[in-house]
Design a binder for this molecule. Structure first.
Ligand SMILES: Nc1ncnc2c1ncn2[C@@H]1O[C@H](COP(=O)(O)OP(=O)(O)OP(=O)(O)O)[C@@H](O)[C@H]1O
Ligand SMILES: [Mg+2]
Length: 258
């Protein structure tokens, strides 16, 4: 297998309960390097929880997560799994960029500070290097010249593009997006999707929870449909969106068009 077709994110048997609520029921998923996987499903299906588990913002009850071949959150000692200490967890977490529905920028910091803080503190980059990269990234997301603005002085679409630049500043191997456009006014959705489309064409591996079916159809290499804590159907967009086999996928898609 060539490097370009190797698996970047591998999930095996991921299970997670909150009290007695079994939210993830054995999720298996492979996303290849440089590919885009769109994750769809009705509200409460477990999509956000799955992303939060991949990013280790939630602990899993069972299963294995690998990113670029590396086991996340745990190591094997003989046959038994041991949770990694927090110091190593945050190092692994830095490999994954996450963009949330609500931009989660630090309101008291300028755009530039929002972007440079983590690379300097977590990655140990020099301030000069981090600032130069932040300026490049801002230009890349169409926000050159906004370095000194505060989040409240930007539109939602601009804030979300800053959030994407901030995640990219950590040089992640994978970008996770949780409904990145669903809190935006309709006229601002396109500019954020355009940045995501560029990222995909540059070869970033992405897992995107979205209700933007047009984006999934055009940009995704793979669509996975979740229902009640399981991936019930997955494949190329033309197959899953064009000719869904599972009843819940059909019901979900028919509601979107009507
Ligand atoms: N921290 C938590 N404590 C308890 N239950 C939780 C927690 N987080 C999520 N859940 C429950 O897990 C289930 C799945 O939630 P999740 O947020 O993953 O769904 P989702 O597919 O992202 O839905 P949506 O499309 O509405 O964002 C829901 O029933 C939710 O109430
Ligand atoms: Mg969600």
């Amino acid at each position: 297998m060539t490097a370009s077709s190797s698996v970047m994110v591998s999930l095996r048997g991921i299970s997670k309960s909150f009290h007695h609520d079994h939210v993830l029921r054995g999720v298996d998923l492979d996303v290849r390097r440089g590919r885009v996987c769109c994750l769809l499903g009705r509200s409460g299906a477990g999509k956000s929880t799955l992303l939060r588990c991949i990013n280790m913002l939630e602990t899993i009850d069972r299963g294995l997560i690998r990113v670029d071949g590396e086991l996340m959150g745990h190591r094997f000692v003989g046959d038994s799994l041991h949770r990694l200490p927090e110091r190593l967890l945050s190092k692994q977490r830095a490999e994954l960029g996450m963009v949330f529905q609500r931009f989660n920028l630090f309101g008291h910091l300028t755009v530039l500070e929002n972007i440079v803080t983590a690379p300097v503190r977590v990655r140990g980059e020099s301030r000069q290097q981090a600032e130069a990269r932040a300026r490049d990234l801002l230009a890349h997301v169409g926000l050159a010249g906004r370095e000194g603005y505060y989040p409240a002085q930007l539109s939602g679409g601009q804030q979300q593009r800053v959030a994407i630049a901030r995640a990219l500043a950590m040089r992640p191997k994978v970008m996770l997006f949780d409904e990145p456009t669903s809190a935006l006014d309709p006229e601002l959705v396109g500019e954020v999707l355009a940045v995501m489309r560029d990222l995909a064409s540059e070869g970033m591996t992405m897992i995107v929870v979205t209700h933007e079916i047009g984006f999934a159809r055009q940009v995704a290499d793979q669509v996975a449909f979740m229902d009640d804590g399981r991936i019930v159907e997955q494949g190329p967009p033309a197959q899953v969106l064009g000719a869904p086999e599972h009843e819940s996928t059909q019901a979900f898609l028919s509601k979107l068009v009507s």
